[in-house]
Design a protein around this ligand. Structure first.
Ligand code: UTP
Length: 277
């Protein structure tokens, strides 16, 4: 039903300088796999095999990662190292990968609107790959959200309870609880102060959006930080009852920050890395 997933990857990743001076943040490896590949695998696990990247200058390594590297393939064919390419080969075989450039970093809402050319008039997923989501005991977060999309036929955002002293970093929702962990969103605000936050439920980097969002973003004025915020556009959908917020199952690591990235690295190394490979 939902076949396309948008990956806004145009940001500068300034929190990781100097590592991100000439290398995309999304290519930073959590153990031995780049962040963006985790996001793509999660989308593909939800059946979203058409991956659309909103890129920017200096992001070519992402396009190369999702293409064949003939020299490398030739070099390691038949060697003990070859299995290390299994996961990326599987991703490349299953998916299609398209790119469009966001010429100026005018915000996440603007990045999503830039992706319209690749998505068209259909519902789509959005993954911010600097949020690494892992659900070791069940389906990925996007798969969980897809089930809700099929039930409610409206936009779905993933939310997480965060401490109030961190709430100013997020888009925050308030709404009516319609079942355990599920809210019909009534209002949302981007980067509120702790005093103005409508709840402690923060939106993290997973969305399923209905395509009317594009027209709404077109008329959305720059908000917090002078950027076109997806939260402000979603607020318009929410006023018509068109947004569900979902407290997902699994763990989320904020890999856009150094502490979150280190936490994710330790978690993946301890739980998933096959140590003699
Ligand atoms: P962030 O603000 O977390 O990413 O945006 P950033 O700007 O790369 O990070 P710092 O603060 O400088 O370290 C959230 C996501 O939205 C994308 C980013 O690539 C990131 O995945 N984004 C944001 C865009 O693609 N375009 C934009 O104009 C803004």
């Amino acid at each position: 039903m939902v076949k396309k997933c948008l990956f806004p990857v145009a940001g500068y990743g300034t929190r990781f300088l100097p590592a991100t001076k000439s290398m995309p943040k999304e290519m930073l490896p959590v153990v031995n796999k780049p962040l963006v590949q985790y996001g793509v695998e999660e989308a593909m696990g939800a059946g979203m095999t058409n991956c659309a990247f909103v890129t920017g200058r200096g992001k070519r390594a992402i396009a190369d990662h999702f293409d064949v590297s003939y020299e490398l393939e030739h070099q390691i064919a038949g060697s003990s190292k070859e299995p290390l390419l299994d996961s990326i080969r599987a991703v490349i075989d299953q998916g299609t990968f398209t790119m469009v450039r966001q010429r100026e970093m005018l915000g996440l809402g603007h990045a999503i609107l830039t992706g319209e050319a690749l998505i068209g008039p259909e519902p789509f997923g959005v993954v911010l790959s600097d949020d690494l989501c892992i659900n070791p005991d069940g389906p990925g977060v996007l798969s969980q959200m897809l089930d809700l999309f099929e039930q409610f036929r409206c936009s779905v955002v993933a939310v997480q309870e965060v401490p109030m002293d961190e709430i100013h970093k997020y888009g925050v929702i308030s709404g009516e609880c319609i079942q355990e962990g599920l809210y019909r969103v009534e209002s949302m605000v981007e980067k509120p102060t702790a005093g103005n936050a409508p709840s402690n439920l923060a939106i993290i980097g997973r969305y399923i959006l209905t395509p009317d969002i594009f027209d709404i973003i077109r008329t959305t004025k720059p908000g917090a930080n002078g950027e076109v915020q997806i939260t402000d556009a979603l607020q318009i959908q929410a006023q018509k009852g068109g947004v569900i917020a979902y407290k997902f199952e699994g763990q989320r690591f904020d890999c856009g920050s150094v502490p979150g990235f280190v936490e994710a690295t330790n978690f993946v190394f301890d739980n998933f890395y096959v140590k003699d490979s």
